[in-house]
Design a protein around this ligand. Structure first.
Ligand code: IPM
Ligand code: MG
Length: 356
């Protein structure tokens, strides 16, 4: 058995964390009698430098011919970079939006998990964190205001927020199916007190919920959801929401874990194709220094094994190895505190391989 994996390292620390992850994947493949064939493609700022566009057609072809896509990070420094461009379609981030749309990656899964060994990293009070936090944000990724009609005139501009029955139904199904395997609760987040599109969203979600009578469905306005995440994160199991609310709430959920270097994500299409990437950005200030935390990407590769390559045991192995490495006190600098054994990117990868 062999699988084709498209490898898009991207910018900043992307190559650091992806190289490290490939080492782990190769070990796992050998142990499970599988071979992974990797094909590299360009995306983001490096693609702009080398080809003039953030998502070259070649890259898209490679992805379409693959079973899964592993992505590092795209973009330059947040404070400004050589890729800042008044034409939004020529920014590195446009590569990410285009690949989502072109591959039909409508379902974005962003688990926000606090590992027991990293509980103190959360900025929330210990009594709020309790024994840990485990929330799955399911964000609609190819519709809504991100992809509505946009228009700019001299003295006004607009972006349209639109959802169809089909788009809401399919993301709602993803959320309810995930909840069935977890704690059987879905919180659908919208702004139905103001927006037509949200009232429509709610109606469709209620309809889909009828197919999952065991799952509790709660509706919440997005402003309240932002508060509730901090006030009492334990009330959430699966959060399902549209593209922009999901963008914002998934960052908030990531922050309350306190360890963004640990968080994985999957973006899934209707079949088995998926794109897997860490939640963190490209951190150009630490690129190439062997200090970036590779765990988010390694955990993303575990999601890849589970959702696209049908290798759930291999995914479990990786997750167990990560848990054990942390329990033994090994940390990259971003998550280290007094007394921890601080290691670099490559060494962290070696340790996870050893613990597999
Ligand atoms: C994310 C990012 C992207 C988004 C940006 C980089 C376009 O914030 O993946 O959450 O807004 O979707
Ligand atoms: Mg975001």
């Amino acid at each position: 058995m062999s699988y084709k994996i498209a490898v898009l390292k991207g910018d900043g620390i992307g190559p650091d964390v992806v190289d490290c992850t490939i080492g782990v994947l190769n070990k796992v493949a050998a142990e499970h009698g599988t071979v992974f064939e990797y094909t590299e493609g360009l995306i983001g700022g490096i693609a702009i430098d080398e080809t003039g566009v953030p998502l070259p057609g070649d890259t898209l072809d490679i992805c379409k011919r693959s079973d899964a896509v592993l992505l590092g990070a795209v973009g330059g420094a947040v404070g400004g970079s050589k890729w800042d461009n008044p034409d939004g379609s020529l920014r590195p981030e446009a590569g990410l939006l285009a690949i989502r749309k072109e591959l039909g990656l409508f379902a974005n899964l962003r688990p926000a998990v606090i590992y027991p060994a990293l509980k103190e990293a959360s900025p929330l009070k210990p009594e709020i964190v309790g024994e840990g936090i485990d929330i799955l944000v399911v964000r609609e990724l190819t519709g809504g205001i991100y992809f509505g009609e946009k228009h700019t005139e001299e003295d006004f501009a607009y972006d349209q927020m639109k959802y169809s029955t089909h788009e809401v139904r399919r993301i709602a199904h993803v959320a309810f199916k995930a909840a069935m395997k977890r704690n059987k609760k879905v919180t659908s987040v919208d702004k139905a007190n103001v927006l037509d599109v949200s009232r429509f969203w709610r109606k469709v979600v209620v309809d889909v919920a009828k197919e999952y009578p065991e799952v509790e469905l709660v509706h919440m306005y997005v402003d309240n959801a932002a508060m509730q995440l901090i006030k009492d994160p334990h009330q959430f199991d699966v959060i399902v929401t549209g593209n922009m609310f999901g963008d914002i709430l998934s960052d908030e959920a990531a922050m309350i874990t306190g360890s963004i270097g640990m968080l994985a994500s999957a973006s899934l299409a209707e079949g088995t194709l998926g794109l897997y990437e860490p939640v963190h950005g490209s951190a150009p200030d630490i690129a190439g220094k062997d200090i970036a935390n590779p765990i988010a990407t390694i955990l993303s590769s575990a999601m890849m094994l589970r959702y696209s390559l049908d290798m759930p045991e291999a995914a479990d192995d990786i997750e167990a190895a990560v848990t054990k490495v942390l329990a033994d006190g090994y940390r990259t600098a971003d998550i280290a505190k007094e007394g921890d054994k601080v290691v670099g990117t490559a060494r962290m990868g070696e340790l996870i391989k050893k613990y597999l």
